[in-house]
Design a protein around this ligand. Structure first.
Ligand SMILES: [Zn+2]
Length: 293
């Protein structure tokens, strides 16, 4: 197995911990082979918890976390690194809203599923902290994965589907997506052709959703990302996007290839306004979660 060389003692320990998980070991080995660099630095100014830079092949981690927490964050970013290795996922900011939303959600649901599987494997080996981290951020996927391991059903499918039941995560990434669109606005205006990356659910799922053996774990549901529950947005998010695109069109004359007309919009019981009993549950969860990507 290729070893990643670093002088950073914290990172060495984090990788040592991660190597106790079969899935973590496999992801780390693939990233090292493919030439990824793993760097710990002060991420305060970047305002991210951790990150994976697709073109530069760099995984960025904070420099002030203890090794157990670092191992957890590394597991999530390694999942993103693998997605990028498996094929182009640069459709994240396509000039086609449906493609963007499907890509962003599919990548996160897969990465959260993988960090949940790794957290369960590490817990089995006596390392509880990655599990606690996963519980704070993505309890829906973690519990679904854990149950599925016990039931001997497919933990990848369970974790992936459970991600979409989390109003917190779905809203969080929709906001990230909208922020990225406005941050990249100038680039999109300068070279609109570079952002014409229409993708189908089938093509995204086939390149992103792969298990440890490289097998697509959603082979039976390749259309999953086109289904309303998976691609649908809240009416509030639809308003934000409509305002952004109307403004862009007025100022720069740029139209979307496809806007939200082909996406389900939840008017009632929407993702931002769950029924009262769910709302209280959600509020208590939000308090325990931190910003991360
Ligand atoms: Zn992520």
């Amino acid at each position: 197995m290729p070893q990643y060389k670093t002088d950073d003692k914290n990172l060495q320990k984090a990788m040592w911990i991660l190597n106790h998980s079969k899935t973590g070991r496999s992801l780390l080995s693939k990233a090292v082979k493919s030439g990824y660099q793993i760097i710990c630095e002060d991420l305060t100014a970047k305002n991210i918890g951790a990150g994976c830079h697709p073109r530069k092949k760099i995984i960025l981690l904070p420099d002030n976390n203890k090794p157990e927490v670092l191992a957890f964050k590394l597991s999530h970013e390694l999942a993103h690194a693998e997605q990028i290795m498996k094929g182009t996922v640069f459709s994240y900011v396509a000039n086609d809203t449906k493609t963007s939303i499907m890509t962003s959600r599919c990548m996160e649901a897969d990465a959260v599923t993988k960090h949940s599987i790794i957290a369960c494997e590490l817990k089995d080996k006596g390392y509880n902290e990655p599990y606690e981290e996963a519980k704070a951020i993505s309890p829906e996927s973690l519990y679904a994965v854990e149950k599925s391991i016990k039931d001997k059903s497919n933990p990848y499918v369970a974790g992936f589907k459970a991600w979409f039941t989390s109003s917190f995560l779905v809203n969080f990434y929709d906001k990230q997506h909208a922020a990225l669109l406005s941050r990249l606005s100038e680039e999109i205006i300068a070279q609109p052709d570079a952002f014409k990356r229409k993708r189908s659910s089938k093509s995204l799922v086939k390149s992103i959703c792969r298990d440890n053996n490289g097998k697509c774990y959603l082979q039976d549901s390749l259309d999953i990302m086109e289904r309303p529950l998976y691609v649908g947005i809240s009416s509030r998010h639809a308003q934000i996007l409509n305002a952004f695109f109307a403004n862009r069109e007025e100022e720069h004359g740029i139209k979307c290839d496809q806007h939200i007309e082909n996406i389900a919009v939840f008017e009632n019981h929407d993702r931002e306004n769950p029924p009262a009993k769910e709302k209280n549950k959600l509020i208590s969860k939000l308090k325990t979660r931190r910003d991360y990507r």
